[in-house]
Design a protein around this ligand. Sequence first.
Ligand SMILES: *Cc1c(COP(=O)(O)O)cnc(C)c1O
Length: 380
Amino acid sequence: MAVVEKKIQMVDLVTQYEKIQGEIDAAVLGVVRSAAYINGPEVKAFKSELEAYLGVKHVIPCANGTDALQIAMMALGLKPGDEVITADFTYVATAEVIALLGLTPVLVDVYPDTFDINVEELEKAIGPKTKAIVPVHLFGQCADMERILAVAKKHGLFVIEDTAQAIGSNYTFSNGTVAKAGTMGDIGCTSFFPSKNLGCYGDGGAMYTNSDDLAAKMQMIANHGQSVQYYHDSIGVNSRLDSIQAAILRIKLRHLDSYAAERNNAASYYDKAFAGSSKLRTPKRVKHSDHVFHQYTLQLNGVDRQGLRDHLAGKGIPSMIYYPVPLHMQKAYLDPRYTEGMFPVTEQLCASVISLPMHSELEESTLEFITQSVLEYVNQ
Ligand SMILES: *Cc1c(COP(=O)(O)O)cnc(C)c1O
């Protein structure tokens, strides 16, 4: 077996930092010395650099990805009682802000191979109170946006893309047009949480839009609802990306595509190693989207998942379950409309998925050790 000296991690942020340490240290110190800690030049520069990278008209930085979703829904003028459709298989933040604003989350099952929202089920879930759809580009690959946008158009619904896990992913429409994740709907929302593909060294997030009107509204809501200082036109929140984080993100944005390439190399290694196993289903790639591998998630077939995790942990290999509980079975979101068995794909996924270490710093010897260790347990 391969010998691995460094501690294996789900995400290795220290090694990633060490490779760009000179640039990062200088940028952070520059902000410290400038005292422009809030809304300083670094925030403005990051905003325009991210707009250019994404090919989108407006990026509005904010404090985190959850705030981004909340501000987006506030800017669309959604009112208590309005229904917002999202996937049952996602991180809780998506449904949390819907519920927090007094809107009604309507959950829909996902496809078993891509983990993304099932578009036929989505259309069936639309009713007279439905106002918006929140597709989640889970694990780094875009949901079927062409069909989702068509359904939204047909029914007059807003689309908010939760692109917290898919920044940088390219979506290709059937006519050949290419767009970045988060720039296709009315608003895209992302997170710069440290372990995300473009992560800062604290919390951060952003909204994207091509609409001048929505951009102005989101800018205002994120800043206490004020258009002019001390004049408050709407009820807002306080949600800012601080200048130190913006300075770090400017540097890391320049590396984002190469980080995605490293993640894809690791994913290809995993794919090849597991291709022959009937007990491991590797993540499906689709024609319409790149994959930026926020997570590399296997589905186990007839394997004791906890046993595999224990076996890996015994060898110093971490693994995670994203996600162990479907949203409709989370205590906070229990609702008489939903019962066990209603979303069989999500329930099945929650019981069978396992995510392996995935980041930009995985060396071949580490990948060899991880894949051999997985196969050793699975084939025993
Ligand atoms: C991380 C994440 C969020 C929330 O981002 P935070 O910055 O942690 O608030 C929202 N949706 C999805 C799918 C995420 O993965």
